[in-house]
Design a binder for this molecule. Structure first.
Ligand code: SAH
Ligand code: SF4
Ligand code: F3S
Length: 435
């Protein structure tokens, strides 16, 4: 057996892909190790979404290369979005033996077999069909409670700032039979939660089954299992999906609904195919079906030509929606995207940073307010394990995705428990076991 070490960056899709790679290579005699120092093969599954994500990986490649120099025979490979974006450029550095794009993982066994010092291997072909639907992933989560299931790959939107359509290729949906089979397999191995993953889950379509149909299938096939999903695109999220969520108790009431900007002028330039008004109307629809549904978002500060007025509209949209959580970024120009070709990246870095900080300050307050509204409520929580801060406490998420901690010596990872919220911080609900 050869030892395989994989480090994963980027989104949940990459976590799911790494599990596919462990499976494919596992069938060819590669055994997983978590110690890079003993690995025969070191792979890094990469993200290109922002420049600082790529810079971090370049730094890691330096360190992997040290291993390669110290222990001749060790192979280093780059997988994922950076492999797809940079292609041969990655080989030119001489630090890498393997470059494999997101649709090339079935060729990894052969690539590893053929790779040798001086003969690097590259496969960055994108596919219109590949979904790895038949590959049973090797789960890498530590607690054995929560699993990611990829339901589609690629993206057919062309948001002008975004590199994903270039690194992941065209959108394709995975056969729902294999999705349900994977979910049931997770249930039989003791998993209690699955998260269905896609860049735009509402455009899932396979053999006439849309995303609402898929959600229903998974929720009803695995009634003891919690079902989550990500990401919903505001342009496509349907009432049928909201009704399905509202009528299935095991589908969690949390929607990740990236808004990107509160200004219609920016949204148009970003090629997001909705307006501020449409977004607010979707939020209202979510709340009319599920008054307790948490809503989180992604936002980009300082996109091309963004003015103070555009920025204020983002701040006011945050106030108006009252998001429960948000991932907040400043704009990072990505080579080859529509925005990079058409619009100058003209908001100065200090202005981007300041605007981002203003958004973060508003969201920190909104997160605290959202948590305060939950004080006094009771929630069913899925235990993930011991709290990092205090080993006498357990932690786990409520259906609304908020992290709860409470003192408990009776339960363990994978149990569902009921807790009452006594107090909160901006990040956590402080609870007690409900007796
Ligand atoms: N498919 C998802 C987003 C995936 S990328 C969707 O459409 O919502 C995750 C997030 O990264 C995006 O929501 C966006 O907020 C951010 N992002 C993408 N490209 C970016 C860029 N060039 N600069 C800064 N943030 C970016
Ligand atoms: Fe990128 Fe837009 Fe596709 Fe999301 S929907 S992955 S932001 S192009
Ligand atoms: Fe990054 Fe690729 Fe995901 S660019 S966010 S790892 S799809």
């Amino acid at each position: 057996m050869k030892k395989l070490y994989i480090e994963t960056y980027g989104c949940q899709m990459n976590v799911a892909d790494t599990e596919v790679v462990f499976s494919i290579l596992g069938a060819h005699g590669y055994e997983r190790t978590e110690d890079m120092g003993e690995a025969d093969v070191i792979l890094v599954n990469t993200c290109s979404v922002r420049d600082n994500a790529e810079q971090r990986i370049h730094g890691r490649l330096e360190q992997f290369n040290q291993q390669r120099r110290q222990r001749p025979g060790v192979l280093v490979g780059v997988l994922g979005c950076m492999a797809e974006r940079l292609k041969e450029e990655l080989l030119e550095s001489g630090k890498v033996d393997i470059v494999a794009g997101p649709d090339a993982y079935r060729s990894l066994p052969l690539m590893l077999q053929n790779a040798a010092p001086g003969t690097p291997q590259i496969n960055v072909l994108l596919s219109r069909e590949e979904t790895y639907g038949d590959v049973v992933p090797v789960r890498t989560d530590r607690n054995g409670v929560s699993a990611f299931i990829s339901i589609m790959r690629g993206c057919n939107n062309v948001c002008s700032y975004c590199v994903v359509p270039y690194t992941r290729g065209a959108e394709r949906s995975r056969d729902f039979h294999s999705i349900v089979r994977e979910a049931c397999d997770c249930a039989s191995r003791g998993y209690k939660e699955v998260t269905l993953l896609g860049q735009n889950v509402d455009s899932y379509i396979f053999d006439g089954c849309n995303f609402a149909g898929l959600l229903r299938l998974v929720a009803e096939s695995c009634p003891g299992m919690r079902v989550r999903f990500s990401t919903s695109n505001p342009q496509d999220i349907s009432d049928e999906v909201l009704q399905t969520m509202a009528s299935h108790p095991n589908i969690c009431h949390h929607i990740h609904l990236p808004v990107q900007s509160g200004s219609n002028r920016m949204l148009e330039k970003m090629r997001r195919r909705y307006t501020r008004e449409w977004y607010l109307q979707r939020v209202a629809a979510i709340r009319s079906y599920m008054p307790d549904c948490a809503i989180s978002t992604d936002v980009i500060a300082g996109f091309c030509s963004e003015t103070e007025d555009d920025h204020r509209q983002t701040l006011s949209l945050f106030e108006e929606v009252g998001f429960d959580a948000a991932f907040m970024f400043y704009y990072s120009e990505r080579p080859g995207t529509l925005a990079a070709r058409k619009y100058p990246d003209d908001v100065p870095q200090d202005v981007k940073t300041r605007r981002l900080e203003e958004i973060i300050a508003v969201q920190n307050r909104l997160s605290l307010e959202s948590n305060r509204r939950d004080v006094g409520k009771t929630f069913e929580v899925l235990v993930e394990g011991h709290s990092k801060r205090d080993p006498a406490q357990l932690c786990g998420r409520a259906g609304n995705n908020k992290m709860c901690v409470w003192t408990d010596s009776e339960h363990r990872a994978g149990d569902f428990v009921r807790v009452r919220v006594l107090d909160c911080t901006q990040a956590t609900l402080l609870c007690e076991l409900e007796l």
